[in-house]
Design a protein around this ligand. Sequence first.
Ligand SMILES: C[S@@+](CC[C@H](N)C(=O)[O-])C[C@H]1O[C@@H](n2cnc3c(N)ncnc32)[C@H](O)[C@@H]1O
Length: 327
Amino acid sequence: MEVVQVLCMKGGNGDTSYAQNSLLQKKVISLTKPITDEAISNLFCNNFPARLCIADLGCSSGPNTLFAVLEFVTTVDKVHKKMGHELPEIQVFLNDLPGNDFNTIFKSLPTFQKDLQKTMGAGAESCFVTGVPGSFYGRLFLGKSLHFVHSSYSLQWLSQVPRGLESNKGNIYMASSSPPSVLKAYYEQFQTDFSMFLRCRSEELLEGGSMVLTFLGRISEDPSSKECCYIWELLAVALNDMVAEGLVEEEKMDSFNIPQYTPSPAEVKCEVEKEGSFTINRLEASEVNWNAYHEEVFSRYQKIVADRMSREKTEFVNVTVSMTKRG
Ligand SMILES: C[S@@+](CC[C@H](N)C(=O)[O-])C[C@H]1O[C@@H](n2cnc3c(N)ncnc32)[C@H](O)[C@@H]1O
C-alpha cells in the first residue's frame, strides 16, 4: 500500500486525535517563528505585491493548522502597517495528503476569521483559505504562483518505505543495530524525495520567493544516533515484547518499517545545493523536549518512555532551513 494513500494524522477532536496531541509540534512552530517572520519580512524588501500566495505543506488538522496561518498573516499585516502600505489580498493554501481531515479545518474557519479580525481589524477579509489535497513530492500549484512556502514537522515523512530493509529485523526504523545497507536505503530515499520536493517547489515559487522548512531531524552525522532513533527503538522494545508474548506476529514485526528520515543540517544543505534553485539564508538546529503519547499499543510504550524520561535527557532535534529562490 502506498504511503500517500494511507498516511494521515488522526482526524477530529477526540482524545486521541492529532488536534489533541500536537502541543509539541505547536511549540516547534513557535520556536521557529523568528525565522519565518524574517523570511516573510524579506519578501517585501523590494516591492509590495497586491496579491500574496502562501502555502503550508503538511498542514494536518487541528489548532496548529490555523495557528500557523494566523502567524503568517499577522506578520504580513505588521510589515505593511510599519511601512505604511495597504495589506495585500492573501491566498493561503493548506496542503496535506488526501486522507487528511480537511473538514475539521474548514469547520474552524469562521472562528479563525473572528480571531483574525480581532488581531488585525478590517484587513482580515482579504485573507482567503483553500485546501489542497495531494503529495508535496509532486506538483501542487501553478508554475511561478507562490511567494512563500512553509512546512513544519512534515518533511521527515518519506514518500514510501525504502526498498531493501529485509535485514532490519527486530527494528522498525534505523537503529544502532541496523546493518549499513538499511541506513543507506533510508538515506537514498530521503535524497530522492527531498530533491523531488525542491524541484517541484522551484517551479511553483516566484523568483525571490522563499521557503522555511522544519524537519524532525538530528545534529549528529550518524543516522542511527540516539537523538533521532531512540523514540522508535523504545517502541520496538514494546512491540518485540508483544512478539515474545505471542500478541504480534514476528513476520509482521520484521516487515514493518517507518517511512521517515530525520536528516542532519549537513544532509539538508547538500540536497539544496545539489538541486541548485535556492540560496540558503539560515540553517539551524534546535531542540524540544519529548511529549507524552497515548493509545492501545502505546500503553507499554508510555511506561518505557516515562521510565527513560525520568532518568535521561530526552529531546527531539529540529532542523530548520530558510531559503530564497534564485533569479
Ligand atoms: C506531524 S504532522 C505536522 C502537522 C503540522 N504541520 C504541525 O506542525 O502540527 C505531519 C503532516 O505531514 C503530512 N504529510 C506527510 N507526507 C506528506 C506528503 N507527501 N504530502 C503532503 N503531506 C504530507 C501528514 O499527513 C501530516 O498531516
